[in-house]
Write a protein that binds this ligand. Structure first.
Ligand code: RIB
Ligand code: CA
Length: 313
């Protein structure tokens, strides 16, 4: 079976970085057509730089990295340096990337690839705010029926919010973009906090990664040591949640996950609940199902997969 063609839309972020490494370490299953940077965890200039740092760390400087939207569609950008550090990839100093930013704007790159590749062959993998993806769907509505699907990290229901009591960060930053995506008619899989909060980093697993003794494993440990401190302090004890790698792991091993096809709508009006993913998990409305909402994970299987793939780089 040929590899699945994907475009990773991202706001690195240490967890985005591990997701990108997982994808680049899986060429038999995934062909990364492009990486598109969006403003989110840190401003666009840093997410673009970080995406290129990650590609070079993985030994893949040929993967095109495009710069996209530097702010949400209608709102002021909210960033998360308190989680990821000022650079967005705090934890270890890495050299500035030498690979260039790809020519096309990220939105045009998404449109270009989806129109050029065979119908139903490209999956978009947003790991940050949905600004680039929603802008592409708005500018080129024809791409919606050409996409194989969208597998995104975002939202929360039973797990409630991480940036407000009601909203998860990626959706909170650009709720209008998320609303456009949820109403696009594309086959959508959502990996919300409900599942990513079950993918908690453990000391044993970090020790296992460190024991690989490779340059990549050293960087991954340094990133995650820094990254998880915020969540460990916030949630107490267990370990930081590895949000974004869940998207790529779902593509690689969907059997590690379970969920339910339900209706999900986005709150865009209320200041109190802006960015809430209103997930009809119990089917109490007659609103049509528009997403596979993932709620559970085989965490051991997930971390085994991640360790095996990081070891390849
Ligand atoms: O809420 C978690 C999400 O927000 C992750 O994608 C993280 O990288 C940040 O973008
Ligand atoms: Ca992210």
């Amino acid at each position: 079976m040929p590899p699945r063609k994907i475009i990773i839309d991202t706001d690195p972020g240490q967890d985005d970085a591990v997701a990108i490494l997982l994808a680049l370490a899986s060429p038999e299953e995934l062909e990364v057509l492009a990486i598109t940077a969006v403003a989110g965890n840190v401003p666009l200039d840093k997410t673009s730089r970080n995406a290129r740092v990650i590609c070079e760390l993985a030994g893949k400087p040929d993967v095109p990295v495009h710069e996209g939207c530097d702010r949400p569609m209608e709102r002021v950008l909210v960033t998360a340096e308190h989680v990821h550090g000022a650079s967005g990839l705090d934890g270890i100093e890495l050299p500035e990337p030498t690979m260039p930013v790809a020519d096309l704007h990220a939105v045009e790159a998404i449109i270009h690839h989806v129109r050029r590749e065979p119908r139903g062959s490209v999956t978009l993998c947003p790991l940050g705010p949905l600004t680039n993806v929603a802008t592409a769907l708005t500018r080129a509505p024809d791409i919606a029926e050409r996409l194989a699907g969208i597998a995104l990290m975002g939202g929360a229901y039973f797990e409630v919010g991480n940036v407000t009591p009601a909203a998860e960060f990626n959706i909170y930053v650009d709720p209008e973009a998320a609303d456009i995506v949820m109403k696009s008619g594309v086959d959508i899989t959502i990996l919300p906090l409900d599942v990513t909060h079950k993918a908690l980093i453990t000391r044993d697993w970090l020790d296992r990664i460190e024991a690989l003794g490779t340059p990549v494993s050293k960087v991954v440990c340094a990133w995650l040591d820094f990254y998880e401190r915020f969540d460990v302090e916030k949630y107490g004890g267990a370990g930081g949640p590895l949000h974004d790698p869940c998207v790529i792991a779902w593509l690689l091993r969907p059997e590690l996950f379970s969920g339910r096809r339900i209706n999900v709508e986005i709150e865009c009006q209320s200041d109190l609940t802006r960015g809430m993913t209103v997930a009809d998990w119990w089917g109490v409305t007659d609103r049509a199902a528009n997403a596979l909402f993932i709620g559970d994970i085989d965490a051991d299987g997930f971390f085994d997969l991640l360790a095996e793939r990081v070891a390849r780089l």
